[in-house]
Ligand binder design. Sequence first.
Ligand code: IVH
Length: 680
Amino acid sequence: MNREQAISRITELTKELSRHNYNYYVLDNPEISDYDFDMLLKELESLEAEFDYFLPDSPARRVGGEPIKEFQQVQHRIPMLSLSNTYSKEELIDFDTRVRKLTEDEFDYTCELKYDGSAISLQYKNGLLDKAVTRGDGKTGDDVTSNIKTIGSVPLKLFGGDWPAEFEIRGEVLMPYSSFNALNKEREEAGESPFANPRNAASGSLKLQDPSVVAKRRLQCLLYAFSAERHPVSTHHETLRKAREWGFNVPPYIARCKNMDEVFTFIDEWDQARSELDFATDGVVIKVNQYAVQEELGFTAKSPRWAVAYKFKAEQAQSKLLSIDFQVGRTGAVTPVANLEAVSLAGTTVKRASLHNEDIIKNLDIRIGDTVLVEKGGEIIPKIVGVEMNLRQEDAKEFHFIDSCPECGTKLQRNEGESAWFCPNAYHCPPQIKGGIIHFISRKAMNIEGLGEEKVEWLYDEGLIKNVADLYDLTYDQLHGLQRDLSDDGVTSRIISIQEKSANNIIKGIEDSKNIPFARVLFGLGIRHIGETVAQKLAEAAGNMDALRQMNQLELMLIDDVGDKIADSLLAWFEDESNIEMLERLKEAGLQMQAVQAEKKGDQLAGKSFVVSGVFTNHTRDEIKALIKAHGGKVGSSISSKTDYVLAGENMGPAKLAKAEELGVSIISEEEFEGMIAEF
Ligand code: IVH
């Protein structure tokens, strides 16, 4: 094949594959098998490689480019607003009445489903996808084009030619339930925490830095709003039909309704039928169809006056309450959890549900053996919201809340005015110990990369770590090849293990944590009431761990921000022998137990006040702040008329920039700052 022939074949394949994509994703009516599709795609890939030629909409290049370090911020040409919500049909009638008062023109409505995902704006120029931007704060969002391109149903090049040269189309990125369930299963097997719902999974996926990972997430993009300087046709309904012809994935679940009765019929049908869809919908959106009337009605500050969202009630199902377990959380709170007969609800199989707390069980008079109503909100674990009293059997058993901790046996406590029982054995109750270790490794404390919540639980359950000091005795050999069987039936096996790379990461993360400053070590210990700021104050005042340990209540209370609650908590912690032993081991391991005084380097910045914002090239933000202080300057957190300089790195927020400009504060770069502190 010569070059000319190759280019012609590449052009042909690009076009053909785009059409198959459309048939598959939008029309849900593929003409060829997946296998044949893959063969054509392979042919295209190898021709593109051999002749170093490809078209901008090449379907072989949906996944490409380097991982993105930081997404570019893009300002929305038209802000991405929200919709006003209603929960009843009466409110919808009010909406209709309001609209009819505001216009004398004839109009009708378009009803669509409200897709429960992550909003996206797609921008097209001359028929080619130019940019995809997330909603962000409604005014500016992240440029996630390379991630969006991996979604097969997003057209890279439009069909036809009657589209405006520049326009924007908005929609929702969703993760279908089938992909969501598969992804969560994979995550659990890899020892990662599952996503709470498909919406979080979709928005989390869009923020991934590596498009090749996004490509595996099997996202969907459904479109619902078009905007351009001039609309090619006069109604929303007609535009959606056109958009579909141009190749966009506009869902077929749309109806044109003349009046509220027709709107209600649409709502009732979909309230039933939505459970059969493979993606989450949480309501129906009702839009005035005629653009001219939309314009007449306009917008409030938050939402259009020509549209409204009717929200479905959360999906519920009935099931039988088999037994109740008690779970102790990482903070010591004890939650009753219901074991249920398996029931299918909102795309997943439910076997367990939260019973919240003792009062709710009593108020609802829930008994074991009862038929209960389960509801799925945004949380990962569904909740029980009621009992079918008319189905109660005679042998339904009342049950009593436990009085001692199921994990460690300590007598439970309940504070006045609070609804939860908790286990007060904070430092020795297993789930609370795990919670403590998870806090210790967290980003704001010791920042041990490579270890996460699930790995900590795993290592604890294996008996490899019993407290944070044990982390520093872990060896590569202990970690590498460590296996866990995740099967829940004890018959099939689903083994996962720690691979070489992961074991190395953990060891390196632990080693690196030895450089974390004393204040963060102190914060990491998870002593009750000692947050980040207090830890900082304590570290500065005491200077080192031994001195802190010697302080009495009065001395402690003389420190800024320290009251009796904090002082007592600290004293009690130091009184516990096992804590002292652990501290000794941490010290032995080489952790920082001494505050490093900021060394005075000069006073070039004396009397000057700085606000530091954004990301820098030569220093971290903390280093910059330390440098300012070391040269006699002050660091503030918000820009005011007292600020002398705003030190702006990359990606500084536009609001801050505007504020600085408004107050006439000088904005300087990292380089200019380096110049200010340079020695002469
Ligand atoms: S139209 C001016 N149509 O719901 C707002 N929005 O609460 C026009 N959504 O931001 C939005 N399905 O993220 C519209 N069929 C649909 C929708 C929909 C889901 C989302 C969208 C919007 C939010 C409003």
